[in-house]
Design a binder for this molecule. Sequence first.
Ligand code: PMT
Length: 409
Amino acid sequence: MSETFTGEIHAMIKGRRIVLGITGGIAAYKAAELTRAFIKEGASVRVIMTKNASEFITPLTLQTLSGHLVYRDMFSPLKDFEMDHISLADFAEILVIAPATANVIGKIASGIADDLLTTTVMTTKAPLLICPAMNQSMYENPIVKENIMSLASRGYHFIDPGYGELACSTEGYGRLPDIEDIVDEVESMLTVKDLSGEKILVTAGPTREPFDPVRYISNYSSGKMGYALAVASRRRGARTIMVSGPTSLPVPKGIIFIPVKSALEMRDAVMDHLAESTVIIKAAAVADYRPSTRSDSKIKKEKGPLTISLERNPDIIDEIGRKKGKRVLVGFAVETENLIQRAREKMLAKKMDLIVANDVTQDGAGFGYDTNIIKILTPAGEVEELPLMSKYEVAHRILDRIRDIIRSR
Ligand code: PMT
């Protein structure tokens, strides 16, 4: 399943130059959908098809979708030929082969360059993403496995094929990975790894504070802001741990995920991982209070009003602020009045290095939206105001500030 959980979880593909190599397998028809997905993300796409690929899907389809001539032959250029294999290799900021047959994987692993695609692979300095798709027995063949391992050890990227029904009427591994997964991988590969070496702990989502087995006090946090931060942090190369309250979002790939329910559980999970973290981002909306008692059975409806007494939850960020040492600590603030002033007070009182203030009174900002409108405050008195943007873009802007703090130390 894709790690996409909001309307917009890609920011690096826009304006980038992608060369898509299509080889001769039944999944070649899915390359049309992939081309469309890249174009939708704002990429400029050039397609190279092998001779066998054109048996499965017509070049005209790819030409129409990419808006450019399709490259097929080294020696008989098309009428309006735009580039040769050298220029295609230079043009590529990333080269994706989807689907990649056992044959093309074997050729690349053996250094064979006997057509336009393999010659471009051999020439380009761009990173290469190979998306194998073939019959399961072929995929399990030790020669294919060895070729994949040998290429992976040289730094070539692979996405494992998906499981499901295969063209040969069997079921197994060998399907082209989901288009969303390929796009996610390209986004990751195009993201600069400027946070590698960092260990980033993100908290996300709401907490639930139960007062009987079927009811709890909580808030409207969907987790989208925290999850976007975790995805962006991982893509920028940081080892990422996310402590998350209950949400309906899929767990992002490649992170350490610690699910919790209450503020007390969140506090313990955060403290357990504080020592190993270099950066802590507290995007969770932690309940400040919890019911003082929890009934073991469902509280019965009575005639009069029901009073539930509340007690304070631990202030997790305050505790981190006191123990943080050289770690970078970033908090969030939700206020409906005097946003900047209150956010600044919280930042200074709890020794944060940044605070992200979201004005939840504005449309498109705060709880539940795919977008946010934030102001980033620093202890030195700076206030960076950002316009409405996707939570994923917001996450990158926050991580940019964190990177700058780390570099300035
Ligand atoms: O999840 P979404 O739907 O995407 O919405 C995003 C968000 C609005 C929840 C998020 O961007 C956000 O602002 N999260 C923090 C909300 C909040 O709890 O604000 P606060 O002003 O009450 O708390 C200030 C800071 O203290 C926060 O970093 C919070 O995580 C932390 N805190 C609060 C209480 C507590 N007991 N312990 C804490 O650590």
